[in-house]
Ligand binder design. Structure first.
Ligand code: PEP
Ligand code: MG
Length: 770
């Protein structure tokens, strides 16, 4: 228990250190005293020189810090690093790998215990304790303690190391090679610009609590602040109005509602009346809300804490100094923040906003939804990055790969600038293909459809020549509201989509919430949300939601007759039968009401392994099938699609996934039903080639990928693709399959169509290792 306390305090102390040397200094001194040992030192592996550098010590000569270094496999330090496990020696000097540095005064010490510091599989360095001759040797308990310290601190060390790396400096303070920081892709594209850190205008946590006698002035101050913030948000919403559809603008209404008298302000006023000064009362209320939301397991609800904190900061800054100064932004602003919020995004004029970077959040956050709608390259979830260091620096945002680079070398800048130019040219060049069919050189026809959510997607899809909508994610208009949209509201959203593509088909998926997609006003808290109450399971349990949605869809389709309905997350035949029953019921009711509508085609999504084995039975009951390869991959491989820790295991080119895809297409066709695919794999040129060869009738993807996929498919024969498919089905590793497909596409002359982020990362790696 005592050790546990030591550990807890140590982690806290290290977390509050300002830089790497301070953090490492704390580690060596605390570990030395906790273990009552004579020496504790940290060696870190410098990625540039590939040498272990003595970075901090308690017990060895301080002058040696930063000077003594060992080659990657040199000495006992190199041995610990390369074996990736602890080495505990009673008599280190007698070990054949012992290497002694007079600068450190190490000769006095005989026993040696070294443990590796490993973060996400990468050896960052080695933590060492040493004892003098005749002293005890380290026992098992001490070894276990040191391993625990090292495992707990690896993340913190990685974070502090990143601080230096952002300035382009190596551990030794020299110019380093370009270091990339990885997060989660938020919105595709590449941006090169200047980092502008949006920090809290006011620090709520720093506000002291204070009792006041004179309550009225505090109330007046607070009232003014609320009005000012209301106005501010109204202005931001107005500034964005031309770029956003009403459903996207609804986000700002949510903000304004939080500022309503009976919401947050009401509670603050109560506390002011109890004698707390306005700033303190605000702090208390906001912190209480934030704690409440942050404790929620649900991702989407946790995002609410961000909104509340943002509101709190805005109110505080008005309380503290009245008006905020107007900020000017550089031409290519890369907006960086610990927590980007939709309101922050609206503060930068669109033509100056090049990219977005957020430490917190994921592809599911409000900001990511808006960024995609606005086409701003975005990286989210950059957990190891110290935000404040990015102010004023040149930043490259790679929204394809979810990576950023800070202080890039001339070489890297040119490299990404070329990608930007190529992308622009490629897109322009592909415009000519808009009205051409997607047909292979040997006459095989495939339909290319788009996935949509927001209206902006629709506009872009039409200009890219999509032949219809293969997946309209109806949860998106539900997610940006603060209550279920009414039947009439839904009808308007749906009508827009149907009208934009008529007479081409528009496939609307019934509400697919749960998993990582939650509604603030309908919270679902579960231990395993992806294996829980999701998609059709929720809506069949709540027919009042399902029926209203289907009714809105059917009414919206009047006179257009291009609606198709698709059911998500089906794992049982009975779910299809129950849904069909409800759809028929609504169909008859709506007709009886006098609407001139046709019975829409109904399809099922194959995205759960069970459905793969019941494709025939499912297909017998519906008009079409569509594969959700995003979920199918996650469920077949047991890899959470949103968890960055296992992201490298999430692979749609996994042989098991490909075998399943082949089987689905064969079985659907065997019973005479069309089958399409609407997961991300369809928008990947290599994936599209394999899917076409498998016989998929339609590929549905995001609008940006469509022209590239069309261009590739139009330039090759189905026979060529079939041969490629046959070859890769013989391979057993996802990575080898991916390389094989990439290589074939490259040698067929399609290198430029591969995702620029992917190929750039690969090419850069080749360069670095060369
Ligand atoms: C899928 O799972 O592949 C799919 C298209 O649906 P979503 O990504 O919305 O879960
Ligand atoms: Mg899905």
């Amino acid at each position: 228990m005592a050790m546990l306390n030591v550990l807890r305090n140590l982690v806290q102390e290290v977390n509050s250190a300002h830089d790497l040397p301070e953090a490492l200094g704390i580690i060596v001194s605390r570990v030395q005293s906790a273990m009552e040992t004579e020496v504790c030192s940290v060696y870190l592996l410098d990625p540039d020189s590939n040498r272990y550098i003595l970075m901090a010590t308690e017990g060895l000569y301080r002058e040696a810090v930063g000077k003594v270094s060992l080659g990657y496999s040199e000495g006992l330090i190199g041995l610990v690093g390369s074996r990736e496990e602890p080495i505990n020696l009673e008599d280190a000097p007698s070990h054949p790998r012992y290497r002694y540095f007079p600068e450190t005064g190490e000769e006095r010490f005989r026993s040696f215990l070294g443990v590796p510091i490993i973060h996400h599989r990468r050896v960052l360095g080695v933590l060492v304790v040493q004892e003098r001759e005749n002293a005890r040797c380290f026992d098992e308990g001490e070894e276990a303690f040191l391993v625990t310290v090292s495992a707990q601190l690896a993340g913190v060390i990685a974070h502090s190391e990143a601080t230096g790396a952002i300035s382009g400096l190596s551990l030794t303070g020299e110019r380093a090679k370009d270091v990339c920081f990885s997060g989660v892709a938020g919105a595709q594209g590449v941006a090169i610009g200047e980092g502008v850190v949006v920090y809290p205008a006011a620090d709520l946590d720093a506000v002291p609590e204070k009792q006041v006698e004179d309550i009225e002035p505090e109330l007046a101050l607070f009232g003014d602040a609320v009005s000012a913030v209301r106005e501010e948000i109204g202005q931001v919403a107005e500034r964005l109005a031309s770029q956003l559809r009403p459903e996207e603008q609804a986000l700002f209404d949510v903000y304004l509602r939080m500022l309503g008298d009976d919401a947050l302000p009401g509670e603050v006023v109560t506390r002011i009346r109890d004698g707390q000064w306005a700033q303190g009362a605000l702090k208390q209320v906001v912190q209480q809300y934030v704690r409440h939301f942050e404790m929620m397991d649900d991702l989407y609800l946790r995002e609410r804490a961000v909104d509340i904190r943002d509101l709190g900061r805005r109110l505080l800054s008005h309380l503290q100094e009245g008006d905020q100064q107007d900020r000017t932004y550089p031409q290519n602003t890369v907006l960086v923040s610990e927590e980007l919020t939709p309101a922050m995004l609206g503060e930068v004029p669109r033509e100056q906003l090049a990219g977005l970077v957020s430490v917190r959040g994921s592809g599911n956050s409000h900001v990511a939804i808006l960024a995609r709608a606005m086409g701003v390259p975005t990286v989210m979830g950059l957990v190891d990055i110290p935000v404040n260091q990015l102010e004023g620096r040149e930043v490259i945002v790679d929204g394809f790969e979810g990576q950023i680079y800070a202080s890039p070398s001339q070489e890297l800048r040119t490299f990404y600038q070329d990608i930007c130019n190529e992308e622009d040219e490629l897109v322009k060049g592909l415009e000519a293909l808009r009205d051409k069919p997607c047909e292979t050189t040997d006459g095989h026809r495939v339909s290319l459809l788009v996935n949509t959510g927001l209206m902006t997607d629709v506009v872009r899809s039409l200009s890219h020549g999509a032949e219809g909508i293969g997946l309209y994610r109806t949860e998106v208009p539900f997610m940006i509201k603060d209550r279920f949209p009414s039947e009439q509201e839904q009808r308007e959203y749906y009508r827009e989509q149907l009208e934009a593509f008529a007479p081409n088909p528009v496939t609307m998926r019934t509400l697919d919430i749960g998993g990582d997609k939650a509604l603030t006003y309908f919270p679902i808290q579960e231990e395993n949300p992806f294996l829980g109450w999701r998609g059709i399971r929720v809506t069949l349990d709540h027919p009042e939601i399902f029926l209203v949605q289907v009714r809105a869809m059917l009414k919206a389709s009047e006179g257009l007759n291009n609606l198709q309905i698709m059911l998500p997350m089906v794992s049982n035949i009975s779910e299809v039968e129950e849904s069909l029953h409800l759809i028929y019921r609504v169909y008859h009711e709506v007709r009886e009401e006098g609407y001139d509508i046709h019975m829409p085609k109904v399809g099922v999504m194959v995205e759960i392994p069970a459905a793969v084995y019941q494709v025939r039975e499912l297909a017998d009951r519906v008009d079409f099938l569509s594969v959700g390869s995003n979920d199918l991959t996650q469920y077949l491989l047991a890899v959470d699609r949103n968890n960055p820790r296992v992201a490298q295991l999430y692979h749609s080119y996994h042989p098991a996934v490909l075998q399943a895809l082949v089987r689905i297409a064969q079985d659907a066709h065997a019973v005479g039903k069309p089958v399409s695919i609407c997961g991300e794999l369809a928008g990947d040129p290599g994936g599209a080639v394999l899917l076409m060869a498998m016989g998929y009738d339609a590929l549905s993807m995001n609008a940006a990928s469509l022209p590239k996929v069309k261009s590739v498919l139009r330039s090759l024969s189905r026979e060529w693709a079939a041969q490629l498919l046959e070859d890769v089905l013989l391979l057993d590793s996802p990575h080898v399959i991916k390389s094989c497909v990439d290589l074939s596409l490259r040698s067929a002359g399609f290198g430029r169509y591969l995702r620029p982020g992917k190929s750039s990362a690969a090419m850069r790696q080749e360069k670095t290792s060369a």
